[in-house]
Design a protein around this ligand. Sequence first.
Ligand code: MV4
Length: 454
Amino acid sequence: MAMIEKVLIANRGEIALRILRACREMGIQTVAVHSTADVDAMHVRLADESVCIGPAAAKDSYLSIPAILSAATISNADAIHPGYGFLSENADFAEMVEEHGFTFIGPSPDHIRLMGDKIAAKAAVIEAGIPVVPGSTGAVRDADHALEIGKEFGFPVIVKATAGGGGRGMKIAETRDDIADAFHFARAEALAAFGNGAVYIEKFLTKPRHIEVQVLADNHGNVVHLGERDCSLQRRHQKLVEEAPSPALNASQRAEIGEIVSKAISKIGYRNVGTIEFLFEEGQFYFIEMNTRLQVEHPVTEAICGIDLVREMLRVASGAPLGFSQADIKFSGHAIECRINAEHPETFLPSPGKVGDYHAPGGLGVRVDSGLYSGYTVPPHYDSMIAKLIVHGTNRNECLMRLRRSLGEFVIDGLHTSIPLHQKLMEATDFINGDYDIHWLGRFVEKSNDSDDE
Ligand code: MV4
């Protein structure tokens, strides 16, 4: 077994702290890395050691493979945890980490590469028994081929980049008249954004929910699923609220998708944590993508399962077998996460700057993951998410009560934040009833901005 005694955390913000905390509980030494803009960041203060890896621009620091490998070498780290974003799903990075003799705390480079190519990923999961959105098999050759596929599956269809994800390189064709333009648009955007113009086509689902299943696997063939998260509350591909379990699933649907996913993950030979994303419409699951990283919203799963996902990542990366089986996992109650961003609640423009008074809520069933403190300056160079508020309760209604209470306690002076938007959301009938799809939040934000103008 590869003993892990010192971990370099190749990330910043709340997730760097999250990883640091798991390491400290396990008696593992931590190395923080930071840009010159993050000298005063909380993850740097709390780590056992820190290394400055470059200037503020992420491409020269948190995205610089040589800078991170050098930092791991000089600090004599055994392993590297990539967190989310940045280099977390870069297969070449994972490969280089291993070539330099460090343990990559995540899946194998081959699995990252496979799932990063959406066409290949879809073929692999079909083979492993996961249901997918009906559509093209492999890449679409040209506009005529796109039209053929559109006619076969019926309009509307969506053209997607194989190298895409998160909404870029996608175009909907409502009718056959739109298909040639949609094909050329998606291909051009994909080529510009990813350097890979390959696209595929799927039937467009008009009002799905986004439901994802968390998996955890060791190097010995043991696989468990940790239930699902409902991430339908998003706007322009930015998730705002996530919850577990999904209000849209019944017990048999939940058991069925969990079993399908576990079997598939085992067949694919995947290890460490992963998330299988589905669109869910009219009682059916349709695979769209697999994420090969720890996700922002992992705490809602931790809350209902009582499992520390980062600790498990470290354990399985060191070669240890899973300490529990599927039957040992007991789901308890409900959890909801609110992502709090430094941005204007109506315009969504970023609002970096210096934090004045700061007070995080607490009490029963309340968790706050954040690197904020009074006097800290939120730099303008990175993602605007500054805190995650996660509540756990015996049922969904208790979570709503607890969110209203804890959002009211939260004080972040000096910046605009999305807290007022979350507070409005907590009073919205459709949200209270769990009655929302992936388009609901966009409409809610527009309506609530309009009524503010009156
Ligand atoms: C879709 C879809 C409808 N039908 N695929 C958006 C991001 C990318 N991960 C996949 N996306 C979608 N794929 C088919 N066949 C609708 C979306 C989509 C979406 C998906 C999940 C969460 C939010 C979304 C917002 C808009 C569109």
